[in-house]
Design a protein around this ligand. Structure first.
Ligand code: PLP
Length: 476
């Protein structure tokens, strides 16, 4: 399988070539040159493999369709090492639980940091270690986080050979639980940098350091952001696992609702659907930051400025633009790289928007690709958390609540099961749960008392030069 860029560069690249890269050199995102098609017989085999051999085997088989530059025995070992019941809590890894008539929740948040990002990041950690060792190279990951991404990256890379992590976060602005999760890590290769500023300052520092090409090359600076194809590919697997748990035969369809921000999670659903997984609807759920809902309603993609990006109680969906969205648009416009370049490099980058509302291809988003969308607000979130607790005795996190709210509105055919992806556990957003229910959510035993553990963090001013000096002093 070769990979190409959404902006037209079709120089053939293999999976491991793009594994350690971010954007393609032309500014586009990488996608496979085609989506492998899964026949009915293959789907039956995958169903059997998941049931009898488990999630790691399912992951190995799906990944093998996209990766031909890692020997199969190695890839299998990497999947087995990643998707273990001891790490994710159950044999199913992503167990489905029933909520109400026709509606299910797929638990993706029982990994080390209690958010779905572990599903992909844990695999990425093992892939990075493997590939860096094979090349005899080192990588220093520099990132910015307001919570979930940074902790998932640190837990995935801790103790890995050849990798260091330098993670910036806004000093004093993450929840006490999130701070404790990250800062309690004592691994020598993990560096927490608390920046005296806001999240945007952290992102600006990462950009400034990455655009110093000499520094970037000398210190082998890389990233693990959500546009990484390997992360997206790892997420495709749990759409299959959800489908197999909700159905008995391949004649049945399911729909998914996905609490969305950067469009990474639901883009994996789009890939699964393009491979032939019988998905009816893919429902995008947003919070008050409704860039994506606006697009799927009107065809206008209008990125927001900082002033129009709201801080909400589902903070991991507080985005001003959706960094993976270009992948879907590339497919929507018939894989036309020149057109995609025009929409993003000219429309979005220059004017902050494009509008496909009057273009016939926009109808395909719904008709051909199954997309629907909806939006949820703070009041909806509280009401949904309350209602789910009172009627079913289940506490769901704020992002998942946005999903449940929108899923109920966009069910479609009542005979088709609707699966809502659970993107975090409620303990990560305890304040809002307290506000909704007047009680705190349960805390998994392994996180008892983490706020009291010793913290390993360096506070720095919002100054890229100081961050560079820190990195230089802590490499080799
Ligand atoms: C990252 C995240 C999301 C958004 O996922 P995308 O892939 O960016 O759409 C939703 N919920 C939680 C809890 C997250 O951490």
């Amino acid at each position: 399988m070769n990979y190409l860029s959404t902006r037209g560069d079709a120089t053939p690249r293999k999976f491991c070539d793009i594994l350690l890269e971010g954007l393609a050199p032309d500014g586009g995102l990488y996608l496979p040159e085609r989506y492998p098609q899964v026949s009915d017989a293959q789907l039956t085999e995958l169903r059997g493999a998941y049931r009898s051999q488990g999630y790691a085997e399912l992951a190995f088989r799906i990944l093998s369709l996209y990766i031909d530059d890692i020997p199969p025995a190695d890839l299998k070992r990497l999947c087995e090492k990643t998707y273990m019941a001891e790490v994710f809590g159950t044999r199913e890894i992503v167990p489905l639980r029933h909520l109400e008539e026709g509606l299910w929740i797929e638990a993706l948040s029982n990994g080390p940091t209690l958010a779905f990002k572990d599903m992909a990041m844990q695999l990425l950690g093992n892939l990075f270690e493997y590939e860096l060792a094979r090349r005899g190279e080192q990588l220093n990951i520099l990132g910015a986080t307001s919570g979930d991404t940074g902790s998932a990256a640190e837990y995935a890379m801790r103790g890995k050979r050849g990798v260091r992590v330098f993670m910036t976060s806004p000093h004093g602005r993450m929840s006490p639980f999130q701070q404790a999760q990250m800062f309690s890590l004592q691994d020598a290769n993990i560096h927490n940098l608390a920046i005296e500023g806001v999240f945007d300052d952290c992102q600006d520092i990462v950009k400034a350091v990455s655009s110093d090409h000499a520094f970037k090359a000398r210190y082998k600076i890389g990233t693990v952001n959500s546009i990484n194809w390997a992360r997206l590919l790892a997420q495709v697997v749990y759409y299959f696992a959800g489908y197999f748990q909700a159905t008995q035969t391949n004649a049945q369809k399911v729909s998914f609702t996905v609490p969305s921000g950067n469009f990474g999670n639901i883009c994996a659903g789009h890939v699964a659907r393009q491979m032939g997984l019988p998905i009816d609807r893919l429902v995008v759920a947003t919070n008050e930051n409704d860039v994506l809902d606006e697009f799927f309603r009107t065809g206008a993609y209008r990125v927001r400025g900082a002033a129009d990006t709201h801080e909400t109680s589902s903070p991991s969906m507080d985005i001003s633009k959706a960094s993976n969205f270009e992948r879907f648009v590339f497919d929507l416009v018939g894989r036309d790289g020149a057109r995609t370049r025009q929409l993003f490099a000219e429309g979005v980058a220059r004017q902050g928007f494009f509008d496909l509302g009057t273009d016939p291809v926009f109808q395909d988003a719904r008709a051909k690709y199954g997309f629907e969308s909806g939006k949820s607000t703070h009041a909806d979130r509280l009401a949904t958390i309350r209602d789910t607790y009172e009627r079913f005795g289940q506490i769901i996190d704020t992002h998942t609540a946005d999903g449940v709210k929108v899923a109920r509105e966009r069910r479609g055919d009542p005979a088709v099961p609707m699966i809502v992806l659970e993107t975090a556990l409620p303990i990560k957003f305890a304040e809002t749960i307290q506000e909704a229910l007047g009680r705190a959510p349960e805390r998994p035993a392994k996180f008892e008392g983490i706020e009291q553990l010793p913290k390993r963090v360096q506070v720095l001013p919002a100054d890229a030069e100081r961050v560079k000096a820190y990195i230089a002093a802590h490499c080799d």
